[in-house]
Design a protein. Structure first.
Length: 156
């Protein structure tokens, strides 16, 4: 390379280095923060003045007294076990069929025969009175002790 090119390259390098030289430190501004203060909040209170009271037209009073639930008797019940069962006029297979009840029908247990082979029941109606009749104990699922039911003598 010629001397002229070296010179030119040297001048450009010096100019670049001088232009991009290390920055001179500048003084950074100091930010003066105020001293924190504790603020005191006044306590407010309000007392109604007699001139600002509302006039009452009527008085509503209510008294709340504790309600004691009245215990309901534990009514014995059960439901029909098979798909269908006969509700009969008496505790016998020879007694007339009053109605056929479907499986799952809820029955209120009213009484039993002395040997507890038959139950005197009433169906739980959707509306109107329930149907009363006799059903074999083996056809009913119960949650009560059958022996505690009153013994009912069927009409002759």
């Amino acid at each position: 390379m010629s001397t002229w090119r070296w010179s030119w390259l040297l001048v450009v390098t010096v100019v670049v280095l001088v232009g991009c030289g290390t920055p001179t430190p500048r003084a950074s501004p100091t930010l003066a923060l105020p001293t924190p203060r504790v603020l005191e909040v006044p306590t407010l209170s309000w007392t109604p003045s007699p001139s600002r009271q509302m006039s009452t037209v009527g008085r509503v009073t209510a008294s709340l007294e504790p309600v004691t639930p009245t215990p309901t008797p534990d009514l014995p019940y059960g439901w029909v076990r098979p798909r269908e069962a006969n509700l009969r006029a008496g505790p016998s297979l020879d007694a007339a069929v009053i109605v056929r009840v479907s499986g799952g029908t809820t029955l209120r247990l009213l009484g039993r025969t002395e040997d507890a082979a038959w139950l005197y029941v009433v169906t739980q109606p959707v509306s109107g009175p329930g149907q009363r009749g006799w059903i074999a104990t083996t056809l009913v699922v119960t949650f009560s002790a059958i022996d505690e039911l009153p013994v009912i003598s069927p009409a002759p």
